[in-house]
Design a protein around this ligand. Structure first.
Ligand code: NAI
Length: 386
């Protein structure tokens, strides 16, 4: 595969998620970091671009300059990652799609359902890829769980339990710290805090693995720290498209929980369980059988898990390598389009704008439900209701 040119917006020095993208995109040698507008502060962004080896003429002070500069080049970037704060995603992603660029946008894709519907439409019109970084779906054993469900090993899925609960915003004395306060400020974050930030990862993972989408939901939001307007803990029940029930718990005040993303899927023939903090093992229990540990890197894994697995069995593979699998999928699909061939079908399962839209609809429905005593609300985007 010929090397592809890659650009980043946001993800500047000291940012939380920028490094994981750079490790992920760089891992397999498919992408060269060719351009970037890395920082809200133009000078800092240009200096950081130089540090990363981006040439001076492609180290941009802001994303509009990058759009203009790259649009005029024969060797324009093949993929742009948008890793800026949430409220900027819509405007930047839309502008790049309209100018013919493939985009990988951080989650949440937009701030509203209407914006998300617009991004899906814009991507369709442009013919460009619009992926959304539900990067945890790149873990090999998550892909193996999905293959187990799709291959019928669990039979009909009855129940799903998903959690994304950490304890890092639990200190009431720290709640007014500006680094934390904005995360619970509706002016800056929209109508949901913890569910929109972490809950949607768990929801995406449940849908991705079970092959079912959210149809109805009932939500209970609480602010355990009284000064917060928005929720720091949520329990949401879902009815899924093929009959499964999903129970989802997300929290930022669960002291002692670390990253806290877990998934359990219970079917008529057995149950499977995975924890992101121990991502290389899957626990599988057939009905009336013994619990077995399935290891990443074992020889009889699904092709999807083999493809996503890089280092030998027994060595840890973690989050930036899961992101690398999203980048590897995108590289294959972009290269195939450039070479006029069909992509490897195993590379086509990356999360898309449609997943971003479904999340935005779920956030909106959960906010409505939580403010209406947990009433059951249609969780589907308006354009996907039939
Ligand atoms: P951060 O605040 O640590 O970093 C944001 C970076 O974007 C900074 O370098 C800042 O200077 C830059 N920036 C801000 N506005 C910009 C603009 N207009 N143009 C160019 N650069 C700009 O934020 P963090 O935590 O890295 O989050 C960024 C995004 O990534 C958020 O949307 C967040 O939800 C998402 N995220 C996703 C995760 C995942 O697992 N997929 C995990 C953590 C964050």
């Amino acid at each position: 595969m010929a090397r592809l040119n890659w650009g980043m917006i946001g993800g500047g020095e000291g940012s939380q998620i920028g490094p994981a993208h750079r490790i992920g995109a760089g891992l397999d040698g498919h992408f060269t970091l060719a351009a970037g507008a890395f920082d809200v502060d133009p000078e800092r962004g240009v200096a950081f671009a130089g540090q990363l080896g981006v040439s001076k003429d492609r180290a941009y002070g802001n994303w509009r300059a990058m759009l203009e500069g790259e649009a005029g080049r024969a060797d324009r970037v093949d993929l742009v990652t948008v890793a800026t704060p949430n409220a900027t995603h819509y405007e930047i992603t839309k502008a790049f799609l309209e100018n013919g660029f493939n985009v990988l946008c951080e989650k949440p894709m937009t701030m509203t359902v209407a914006e998300a519907e617009d991004i899906v439409e814009t991507a369709e019109k442009s013919g460009c890829i619009c992926a959304v970084n539900y990067g945890y779906s790149g873990y090999p054993m998550v892909r193996h769980m999905r293959a187990m469900v799709a291959g019928g090993e669990l039979g009909q899925v009855r129940l799903i339990k998903a959690e994304f609960a950490h304890g890092f915003h639990a200190n009431a004395a720290d709640a007014d710290n500006p680094r934390i306060r904005w995360r619970y400020d509706p002016q800056q974050i929209g109508p949901s805090a913890q569910f929109a930030d972490c809950g949607i990862h768990a929801l995406h993972m449940a849908s991705f693995v079970a092959g079912q989408e959210a149809e109805m939901l009932s939500a209970d939001f609480v602010s355990c720290i009284a000064s917060r307007t928005l929720e720091d803990d949520a329990m949401v029940s879902f009815r899924m498209s093929d009959g499964a029930v999903l129970r989802l718990w997300t929290s930022s005040v669960a002291v002692g929980r670390m990253h806290g993303l877990t998934l359990q899927v219970f079917g008529e023939k057995g149950g499977v369980s995975w924890e992101q903090e121990h991502p290389n093992q899957l626990y599988w229990t057939p009905v009336d059988g013994r619990t077995q540990i399935i290891e990443r890197g074992a020889p009889d894994l699904s092709p999807e898990a083999q493809r996503a697995s890089r280092v030998t069995i027994g060595h840890a593979e973690g989050m930036p390598l899961a992101f690398a699998n999203i980048y590897a999928d995108l590289a294959e699909v972009i290269a195939a389009a450039k070479e006029g061939r069909a992509p490897d079908p195993a590379a086509t399962h990356y999360p898309t704008a449609l997943d971003g839209l479904r999340s935005m609809a779920a956030i909106s429905a959960a906010v409505e439900s939580a403010s209406g005593n947990g009433a059951w609300i249609d969780a589907r985007p308006p354009s996907l209701r039939s």
